[in-house]
Design a protein around this ligand. Structure first.
Ligand SMILES: C[S@@+](CC[C@H](N)C(=O)[O-])C[C@H]1O[C@@H](n2cnc3c(N)ncnc32)[C@H](O)[C@@H]1O
Length: 240
């Protein structure tokens, strides 16, 4: 289904666009990824990196009006669909940013995010595209800075090779704790599934995921339950 760009008022309400030039040369003039800067309040903020057409983040925003949500994606037409979805639902706690997330790291604010979702990121099938993968050491480093103590990082993919890379990095990084005892989980059943989840499930692909929490003795988020699992040093066995 084709979607027209939002009218100017809807775009003003929901959509920001940061060019590479702005992100490189004018970072200090752009709002940071924090609730005060994006929403003018102090509510908890959750971020969906590569949100696509926004099914998942809109569902989260609808089910938790006391928090704020931001979806980032490179692809403007996908965000037009996401904006349409948010506007039709009358959501007042969500915004979308069209930008390359890898250039947005300077806009992250320390301990400003309650949750970060990286769901079905592009795996870059061809070897020469793998370096474009969003999940890497830098991503983890930046997320560790931006996720607040007690906040979580949710990683979901259908791509085994990418997932193995994620697991290897996570197992070396002892700063996070898993919220599950298993090294990883298969299957994902949120109340609303994203476009790519529905597509991969229709094709019979296995969904791999894990959820990490930035540990804290005194989590600032009552909603987030600290997990029981610990990162294991050896390579993970597949859950059966
Ligand atoms: C496979 S789709 C998944 C979309 C959505 N998360 C879902 O589950 O349906 C990956 C998305 O990541 C976006 N993306 C890829 N690289 C990106 C980057 N560097 N910055 C922001 N978005 C990116 C793509 O435009 C695409 O919408």
């Amino acid at each position: 289904m084709k979607v027209r760009p939002p009218d100017p008022e809807t775009a003003r309400r929901y959509l920001l666009r940061f060019t590479g030039w702005q992100l490189y040369h004018e970072t200090e003039r752009l709002p940071g990824l924090s609730s005060p800067e994006l929403f003018g309040n102090e509510r908890p903020l959750e971020l969906d990196v590569g949100c696509g057409t926004g099914e998942y983040i809109c569902h989260l925003a609808q089910s938790d009006p006391q928090a704020n949500f931001v979806g980032v994606d490179l692809h403007l037409k996908s965000l037009h669909k996401a904006v349409k979805r948010a506007a039709e639902a009358g959501l007042g706690n969500i915004k979308f940013i069209c930008a390359d997330f890898r250039q947005m790291y300077p806009l992250l604010r320390p301990a400003s995010l309650r949750a970060v979702y990286l769901h079905f990121p592009d795996p870059g099938i061809k070897p020469r595209y793998r370096k474009r993968r969003l999940f890497n050491e830098r991503f983890l480093e930046e997320m560790h800075r931006a996720v607040a103590p007690g906040g979580k990082l949710s990683l979901v993919t259908d791509d085994e090779d990418y997932f193995r890379q994620m697991l290897e990095l996570i197992e070396r990084d002892r700063r996070w704790r898993r919220t599950h005892e298993e090294p990883y989980l298969t299957g994902f059943n949120p109340p609303v599934k994203s476009r790519f989840q529905r597509m991969w499930e229709r094709r019979g692909r296995t969904i791999y995921r894990f959820e990490l929490v930035r540990p804290s003795k005194d989590s600032i988020f009552s909603r987030t339950q600290p997990g029981m699992g610990t990162a294991r040093p050896s390579s993970a066995e597949k859950e059966t």
